[in-house]
Design a binder for this molecule. Structure first.
Ligand code: C2E
Ligand code: CA
Ligand code: CA
Ligand code: CA
Length: 279
């Protein structure tokens, strides 16, 4: 038993070393990565559940690490949050997103909406509104085509400031969605406090929608609540036709997930959206 325990310990510590090693590898290069233009926005289509049309996309960060290859945001966003890089990186993502909206006008894709994730630090800092004002002024894009996704956990870190920020965003015509709805420990009362456009149902609730009556009830009640409050609903992580059918039956407005499209490069998304336009 002793040698077994020891073997386990060694295995565990080797794993830890690998994780620590990766973290250091990522952390050391993160700032340089922004300067060297190693980040990219991938786009995942968002679908109108009634018509099946592509109505826009969510922008999802990817990092082309010179040694590790493509790194997903779950691996570097937490590090970027801690180190503060999330502020310039978040600004970069917003600037890039607004450029895309500007570009799409010339490609006959001027109706597409683009959703961008905001980190807690961006929400509670002072740079966001001046940046948005500058980007909107420089490009003249329709602010209603830009949607900002804020998790309820981030928003509830400082509810009063978040309320103010969301109100300022909506005063500019920018759309606001609450991301990962239902996963935090916040109460529903913030739905009254915050001015919102959309609720995004977390994929954790969508996953077992057909087999777990509790998840089905939560999703169905969330859609009803949102609609009663005049909000639209999008479900994320939709992977099967049965999930899409359930959501459509419950009058969910929009969906996003592997059933429709994976996150793809900007060029691939533009092809997909143009193809959808012509059929
Ligand atoms: P999120 O906002 O909840 O984004 C959805 C995640 O679910 C994405 O992972 C997406 O690729 C994945 N996904 C989409 N459809 C499906 C599906 O049908 N099945 C499954 N299993 N997964 C699906 P990704 O791209 O790895 O992003 C992870 C998280 O990283 C995001 O979660 C978001 O919180 C964060 N993130 C991504 N880009 C940014 C950014 O620009 N700024 C900030 N602050 N956070 C970002
Ligand atoms: Ca999101
Ligand atoms: Ca989400
Ligand atoms: Ca989620």
């Amino acid at each position: 038993a002793k040698s077994c325990g020891r073997g386990n310990f060694q295995f565990f510590s080797a794993e830890m070393n690998a994780a620590t090693h990766e973290r250091l590898l990522l952390e050391n290069r993160l700032w340089q990565a922004l300067e060297q233009d190693e980040f990219e926005l991938f786009l995942q289509a968002q679908i109108d559940l009634r018509s099946g049309a592509v109505i826009g996309a969510e922008a999802l960060l990817r990092w082309h690490h010179p040694e590790l290859g493509m790194v997903g945001p779950d691996r570097f966003i937490p590090i970027a949050e801690e180190s503060g890089l999330i502020l310039p990186l978040g600004d970069w993502a917003l600037r890039r997103a607004v450029q895309l909206l500007d570009r799409w006008r010339g490609l006959g894709l001027g109706h597409l909406r683009l959703a961008v994730n905001l980190s807690a630090r961006q929400c509670h800092g002072t740079g966001l509104l001046p940046l948005l004002d500058r980007l909107l002024r420089e490009t003249g894009i329709d602010p209603a085509l830009l949607e900002l996704e804020i998790t309820e956990t981030a928003a509830m870190q400082d509810p009063e400031r978040s309320r103010e920020l969301l109100q300022q965003l909506r005063a500019r015509g920018i759309k606001v969605a609450i991301d990962d709805f239902g996963t935090g420990y916040s109460s529903l009362s913030y739905l009254k406090l915050f001015e919102l456009d959309r609720i995004k149902i977390d994929r954790g609730f969508v996953k077992d929608i057909e087999t777990d009556p509790d998840d089905a009830a939560i999703v169905s009640a969330t859609i009803g609540l949102a609609h009663a409050l005049g909000l639209e609903v999008i479900a994320e992580g939709v992977e099967t036709q049965a999930q899409a059918d359930f959501l459509r039956g419950k009058r969910c407005d929009e969906a996003q997930g592997y059933l429709f499209a994976r996150p793809v490069t900007v060029a691939e998304f533009e092809m997909l959206a143009s193809a959808a336009e012509t059929v």
